[in-house]
Design a binder for this molecule. Structure first.
Ligand code: F6P
Length: 360
């Protein structure tokens, strides 16, 4: 058993529906277990400046279960080990300052809720002596070691609803409708939303596409009497021998911003097939709104498990979904890895079996 009496909780990286549900579970379970819970604002910034933190009680988290976003705020630019500054290298290492603030605040442990980048920072702090438990978050569903992350189900549900709606115009106008969804390195959203929405073509980062093959697929559909085609493309999809479509190059403190592949695919398909084509980018709409019941439950399970680990004195771990259980694995195992769609995934095989083109 540990003697954890006072814990900090923070959210880092892009927001995902279900973050508030985790915060709520951590605050409620933590307080009910006799802990004091401190909410750190805007990711690790809350450890750089002690005024950016607040005590949280069950009363403070009433009503947040169903809210998207995060009541603690977040950022994907505040890595304390490489904080963007005016220093000649463009960054400074403020990690010691965070460790000092952690001690000055009287914290015994930290719950870090975030994606791969945030969890890697959490692991670095663990190596610096801070007792940490990580909670995986991403709508992309690409964190290694967990079969699912909260936010993914909400994103898929929104994207498949959007595809349903696009069928109307596609059919009425005999068009090709291209839907660009999120998914930097993994095509989970594209594949699941594409299948759920009845897409004809699904393009994923894992399978480089040949647009000539897609165009031929559309032409054949036309010959067979199909009035339209729906193409779902992940933002991180790329053509065979080509590269991802970048909106803005990476710079210190910022990863490259993807986007634009949907427009490109629509434009080229129109040229190649002669069929009027349009595109829609779902973007951050996929990250917004209320989490689905599945995501609320998963987020609550993650939060509850995180507090259980703190009580047991188990640190340096990430909680993970391994149905039917919520388990915990070393943070070290997660760092630097990405859970992409396996090429032998049954849904990929079934997609092909039911006549969906994967662009290859
Ligand atoms: O990792 C989640 C994600 O939604 C990616 O799919 C997307 O590329 C990225 O975040 C966008 O992040 P930002 O909001 O910082 O542009």
């Amino acid at each position: 058993m540990s003697h954890v009496k006072k814990i900090g909780v923070l959210t880092g990286g892009g927001d995902a529906p279900g973050l508030n549900a985790v915060i709520r579970a951590v605050v409620k379970a933590g307080c009910n277990a006799g802990m004091e819970v401190i909410g750190l604002e805007d990711s690790f910034d809350g450890l750089l400046d002690p005024t950016r933190s607040r005590r949280m009680t069950p009363r403070d988290v009433t009503g947040i279960l169903r809210l998207g976003g995060t009541v603690l705020g977040t950022t994907n630019r505040g890595n304390p080990f490489e904080y963007p500054t005016d220093a000649p290298e463009g960054k400074s290492d403020y990690s010691d300052r965070c460790v000092k603030t952690f001690a000055e605040m009287g914290l015994d442990a930290l719950v870090v809720i975030g994606g791969d980048g945030t969890l890697a920072i959490a692991h670095q702090f663990y190596l610096k002596g801070i007792p940490v438990v990580g909670v995986p978050k991403t709508i992309d569903n690409d964190i290694w070691g967990t079969t699912s992350c909260f936010g993914f189900d909400t994103a898929v549900s929104f994207a498949s609803d959007a595809i349903d709606r696009l069928h109307t115009t596609a059919e009425a106008h005999r068009r090709v409708m291209v839907v660009e969804v999120m998914g930097r390195y993994a095509g989970w959203i594209a594949l699941h939303a594409g299948i759920a929405g009845g897409a004809d073509v699904i393009l994923l980062p894992e399978i480089p596409y040949d647009l000539e093959k897609v165009a031929e697929f559309v032409r054949v559909r036309e010959r067979l009497g199909a009035r339209f085609s729906i193409v779902v493309v992940a933002e991180g999809a790329r053509p065979l021998g080509g590269s991802v479509t970048v909106q803005r190059e990476a710079r210190p403190g910022y990863v490259e911003r993807l986007g634009g592949v949907g427009a490109m695919v629509a434009h080229q398909l129109e040229e190649m097939t002669g069929k009027e084509s349009r595109f829609v980018v779902l973007g951050h709409l996929q990250r917004g709104g209320a989490p689905t019941p599945f995501d609320r439950v998963l987020a609550t399970r993650f939060g509850g498990k995180a507090v259980e680990l703190l009580q047991r004195g188990v640190f340096g771990r990430m909680v993970a979904n391994n149905p039917p259980d919520i388990v915990h694995i070393p943070l070290l195992d997660v760092v630097g890895k990405t859970r992409t769609v396996p090429l032998d995934y049954d849904l990929l095989k079934t997609a092909r079996a039911i006549g969906v083109s994967l662009g290859d």
